[in-house]
Design a protein around this ligand. Structure first.
Ligand code: F6P
Length: 329
């Protein structure tokens, strides 16, 4: 069997470890792997990974040392062309031309929407791996890249706390998460932040200002507020203005961590998760599964239909949010 592997959507630390696992498992079981560059767009452009020996299929050696690197050696993209019917027909033609029998897309909800669209026109098997720093997919406890992104954000907030204390300031630190507060909540708890604003809960400006006055009265000299970029009330700059207008007693600064969170060497957790789901995705394809994401739930490799990974909003454990509030004294 010839399996195509690619990364799509926002890159995530651990994608390379996942590709490595796919290549090693598939070749060990007697199959071939085609590395597709630049996601769905690369499939349309017939942009494939070529080994140093100019071979069109990946070798055991071509992924040596990949697990420790962030980013994606196969690169990644979002492809407007693939979203069209014409794009999907072209993708099917290219899959046939290059004799690809199965695909392993590594990405988030946009990637899996693409897989569902492709499956309407193509009878090959597709089993995906959850690669996104947002941790917003159902069917897996964590997604590849989330642990590293949180680690990066926590290291940044720790550093910001130093200057915040020196200047007795409040910082609003904006983290990624367009539709999800997972990075914000985990960062806030790990970095002992006093406040967190996420899209899943209502951001109540007057209530936050009341809390800030209480914290100041209790002798707090610095405050960290973690803001998910997709908070329904606005981004860090907008929240800062609103807090100021409502009587925030602290002097403030805003920091946007942005794409910093998408880079860096993957954490051991991300490497282990990526290796496990990459290996499991190959196994699942060989067993005949298709239309599924390979995830890990409660330590168990688990297959979830693509549609179910994004149909529902993955809930943030409410005990984490209340723990942040309880400890922010
Ligand atoms: O989905 C992953 C993610 O990093 C989001 O958290 C963020 O909103 C988005 O991608 C940013 O995408 P881009 O790299 O296209 O700016």
């Amino acid at each position: 069997m010839r399996i195509g592997v690619f990364c799509s959507g926002g890159d995530a630390p651990g994608m390379n470890a996942c590709i490595r696992a796919v290549v090693r498992r598939a070749i060990s079981d007697g199959h071939e792997v085609v590395g597709i560059n630049r996601g769905y767009q690369g499939l349309l452009d017939e942009d494939f990974f070529v080994t140093e020996a100019s071979e069109p299929t990946m070798s055991l050696r071509s992924v040596s040392g990949w697990a420790r690197f962030g980013g994606s050696f196969l690169r990644s993209s979002r492809s407007p062309e693939f979203r069209t019917d014409a794009g999907q027909f072209k993708a099917v033609a290219n899959l046939a031309k290059h004799r690809i029998d199965a695909l392993i897309p590594i990405g988030g909800d946009g990637t899996f929407h693409g897989a569902v669209d492709l499956a309407k026109h193509w009878s090959g098997r597709i089993v995906g791996c959850p690669g996104t720093i947002d941790n917003d997919l159902m069917g897996t406890d964590f997604t590849i890249g989330f642990s590293t992104a949180v680690q990066t954000a926590v290291e940044a907030v720790d550093k910001i706390r130093d200057t915040a204390e020196s200047h007795e300031r409040m910082f609003l630190v904006e983290v990624m998460g367009r539709h999800s507060g997972f990075i914000a909540v985990h960062t806030a708890l790990a970095a002992s932040a006093e406040c967190v604003c996420i899209p899943e809960t209502k951001t109540d400006i007057p209530a936050i200002v009341r809390d800030l006055h209480e914290l100041k009265a209790r002798g707090k000299t610095s405050v960290m507020m973690i803001v998910a970029e997709g908070d329904e009330e606005g981004d860090a700059a907008k929240l800062n203005e609103e807090l100021k207008a409502a009587g925030n007693p602290f002097s403030t600064r805003c920091v946007i961590l942005g794409h910093l969170q998408r880079g860096g060497s993957p954490s051991p957790e991300d490497r282990i998760l990526a290796s496990s789901v990459g290996d499991f995705a190959v196994q699942s394809i060989l067993e005949g599964h298709t239309g599924m994401m390979a995830g890990i739930v409660g330590g168990q490799p688990t297959l979830t239909p693509f549609e179910d990974t994004y149909a529902e909003h993955k809930p943030i454990p409410s005990e984490l949010s209340s723990l942040i509030e309880r400890l922010a004294r």
